[in-house]
Design a protein around this ligand. Structure first.
Ligand code: ATP
Ligand code: MG
Length: 474
């Protein structure tokens, strides 16, 4: 797969996995936890036994598909096949496919359906993995997980992985495991060092204009904008489209087909902005995501870690910006306490700065075109133009043509209540129920494997450094 060295979590947990130990593995987002459990699982599969021997459980359909794809690639040379099973897809076809796959990656709901209908045989499962384990052991899923684990052989290895692992959840976890080894990759911060983290303090009513300005200034390759509710996501993606961005929304009320198609378009770069609820917060591995915007600050500090972790993966650089209304400052502090990392304040950009940002994109395009050195066909026309016009005039006209001038159509969003720290605690339980069940939180990964040949690195920082205070928001 082009990997040159193991990541720390892989180095520390693969040997334990091989020894048959139960493991709770915690490491930052994008650091290769999938292979950390996938490699030892594949190593222990008996190729000659045509039965399910390894089981991975993941919270969303699309994550199940992505993990199955990665494990499939890892097991390819050994001839080990991995099947994703998830709700919303054809049951009969899954039952047939189950016959020749030795590893299954499943969402809890659909797996329980198969267990209850006795359409899956689990007596040969020797390794079970809970990916995003703290999520899987949270209110929404815990009962299903207990039922699933009961259906597995007593003699088995259980592996739990996540970037976050609150203590209460870890305590529940240990009751489901046999003397687990706890591996926590040592790092100062819970978030990845190569994500530059910023916040803007801003009243609710100015958030949208600020978002579009930041998008113009940052010119992200691919960006994810997180909103708090499904309605919010719909309104945001409509608003962004109205201002000329290629944006689409994804949340639990859309059909499976629609979610898949939006996500695939995003991976191929046919849309540049994915607007999402927390349904897209965990596990998704899309390498070109350069920016994450928390349009609404997350209710749950753990969710912040996962959301911003959609960028800065496998040693790449990333940036995150969280919008905080004045009454939500306490929530930001709670996040900083969990991540042990200070989030830097970013000044709110003015509309002039946004315009300069758009022009800069045009300037960069021109520079890239010059560097590409393929202009022979244009020189004659260029010389002609320069005879008749001043050089600066010609370049300015070219820039004007290349600059996407933003149509500042007014966009009004339904306002939402600010998050209060107390409210966040109270709402937590209520919320977990909302995304329960197989189906609401799902994504797929494309076969986009470019840029695989690389080492993990976390090189020095770069990026915008506009930390001046200024709240000029017109
Ligand atoms: N040793 C390695 N060297 C280089 N790239 C790797 C290595 N191991 C895994 N990767 C790649 O790193 C990316 C991130 O891996 P993965 O999705 O497993 O991260 P994760 O730790 O599960 O993150 P999250 O907490 O967000 O789920 C993937 O594209 C994966 O193929
Ligand atoms: Mg993962």
């Amino acid at each position: 797969m082009g990997f040159e060295e193991t990541t720390p979590i892989q180095e520390q947990t693969i040997p334990l996995g091989m020894q048959g130990k139960d493991v709770i593995g915690q490491a930052q987002t994008g650091t290769g936890k999938t292979a950390a459990f996938g490699i030892p699982m594949i190593e222990k599969i008996n190729k000659d036994l045509k039965a399910v021997q390894g089981l991975v459980i993941a919270p969303t359909r699309e994550l199940a598909i992505q993990v199955a794809e990665e494990v499939n690639r890892l097991g390819k040379n050994k001839g080990i096949r991995t099947l994703p099973i998830y709700g919303g897809s054809n049951m009969e076809r899954q039952i047939r496919a189950l016959r020749d796959n030795q590893i299954v990656v499943a969402t809890p709901g659909r797996l329980l359906d198969h267990i209850r209908r006795k359409t899956i045989k689990l007596e040969n499962v020797h390794t079970a993995v809970l990916d995003e384990a703290d999520e899987m052991l949270n209110m929404g899923f815990i009962d299903d997980i207990r039922d699933i684990l009961k259906a597995l052989p007593e003699h088995r290895q259980t592996l739990l992985f996540s970037a976050t692992m609150p203590k209460e959840i870890r305590d529940i976890a240990t009751t489901l495991m046999k003397k687990p080894e706890e591996v926590k990759v040592k790092s100062k911060e819970m978030t990845v060092e190569n994500i530059d983290q910023y916040y803007v303090e801003i009243p609710e009513k100015h958030k949208f204009d600020t978002l579009t300005r930041l998008l113009d200034i940052h010119a992200p390759a691919l960006a994810i904008v997180f909103g708090r509710t499904k309605r919010r996501v719909d309104e945001l993606s409509d608003g962004l489209q109205a201002r000329g961005f290629r944006a689409e929304g994804i949340h639990g009320d859309l059909t499976q087909g629609k979610r898949m198609s939006v996500l695939n378009k995003f991976k191929r770069g046919r849309i540049e902005i994915l607007v999402a609820t927390d349904v897209a917060a965990r596990g998704l591995d899309i390498s070109d995501v350069s920016h994450v915007y928390n349009f609404d600050i997350p209710q749950d500090p753990e969710s912040y870690v996962h959301r911003i972790g959609r960028t800065g993966r496998a040693g790449r650089k990333g940036e995150s910006v969280s919008f905080v209304t004045p009454r939500e400052k306490a929530q930001l502090h709670l996040i900083e306490k969990l991540t042990k990392k200070k989030v830097e304040r970013l000044h709110v950009p003015s509309s002039d700065e946004a315009k300069r940002g758009q022009q800069q994109v045009a300037v960069d395009k021109i520079k890239e075109t010059i560097d590409a050195n393929d202009l022979n066909k244009y020189h004659q026309a260029a010389d002609q133009l320069l005879q008749d016009h001043d050089a600066s005039e010609v370049v300015a006209a070219a820039l004007k043509l290349l600059t996407k001038e933003r149509d500042e159509v007014p966009v009004r969003l339904t306002s939402v209540q600010p998050i209060s720290v107390k409210g966040a605690q109270r709402d937590k339980n209520k919320n977990k129920k909302n995304y329960r069940k197989d189906g609401n939180r799902n994504f797929k990964r494309s076969g986009n494997n470019k840029s695989r040949n690389r080492k993990f690195n976390s090189k020095g920082k770069h990026g915008f450094q506009n930390k001046k205070r200024n709240s000029n928001v017109n």
